[in-house]
Design a protein around this ligand. Sequence first.
Ligand code: AMP
Ligand code: MG
Length: 393
Amino acid sequence: MIDVSTAQKLVMSHCSINNKSVEVSLHDASDYVLAENVISKIDMPPFRQSAMDGYALHVGDTSTYRLVGEVKAGDNSNLKLNTGEAVRIFTGAAVPDTANTVIMQEKVIVKGGLITIEGALQTNLNIRPKAEQIKIDDIALTKGTTIKGAHIGFLASLGVTAITVYEKPSIAIVVTGNELVIPGNPLSFGEIYESNGAMLAAVLRELGYKSVSVLTVKDDYQCTKKTLKDTIENYDLTIVTGGVSVGDYDFVGKALNDLKVEEIFYKVKQKPGKPLFFGKKGSASIFGLPGNPAAALSCFYMYVYSHLKKMEGAINTNLLSISMPLVSDYTVKGDRAQFLKAKIVDGGVEVLGGQSSAMLRTFGEANALVFLPEGTKHISKDQHVKTIVLPTK
Ligand code: AMP
Ligand code: MG
């Protein structure tokens, strides 16, 4: 059995990067990964901009100036100021070329067409220089950036309307189990409602993956094999849940083997998620996640997430990981490395109750996973632990 870090490295080193790109409208670009650098076609700001409501003037050896006009945001004027003259100016307006400072209105006394500045006069106050943020022809955003709202705002400010991004991988989720019933149908004794498919599809959608299919199979060898053959041939990534253990009715391993999927690893020294499988067939990747829902979700975040990010060309492939003090003592049962559902709170990180791999209830409350390396026995309050921040949405 391999350890967590070896497994994570293997997941990243066996990853086929999708190089197909497509142009999308900037408005639809959230969560896509940029396939080429975006070059700015303009200076930003395009002109010297006032950062305040106040008065623009050219600093001379007087503190009193004659008001000769006004410039509002959007005005297309470039008033020429002579010595001793000032203009009323507003935030965002173009500062006249002949002015070299903007005095905020709170520091000015206005009387009879004259303004008097209180205190010492300084040049270059409250003026955003032209191209302060970015110059024309400079790189605005680098290839490999995963587009977020702030990027969209920044690119919109440069007049960009469309960008070239990598196509998203297509993903199939295959849930296995005779006991599974799709919610909406009655539950007979011995059955449970299917939750992994709904959960993983939702998490993938939250991350911006739109092409996701969920397929359900019974614990039947032929049916499992046929479904997996189809998903491996037609999707970039297959995520199977359940049926990967060693029970008499766990057919996933045998089906993948018979389909000539190369096993990269099977089983990791971790809790939850010991029976994790990862394999490749050509460019297709196959993850076999445990059936227990909380284990499936932890394994998704700890392995599948980074693999998917790398597949679509992202520079940042890992979830944010920080060191945080535990807010109370925690004692580990067993020897395996642990991923614990946790919540970052004021002053530290709290390990949540209900850590069983079968229990999802507290996962919704979690905003992080605490990672405790193999062999950890006890962590005292205030001791720092590796805390992996989950995506928020
Ligand atoms: P397995 O890995 O198939 O042995 O399943 C382990 C546990 O997870 C069993 O209790 C299953 O009933 C449960 N399980 C498997 N798949 C799902 C699913 N899609 N939704 C909810 N529970 C599941
Ligand atoms: Mg099963």
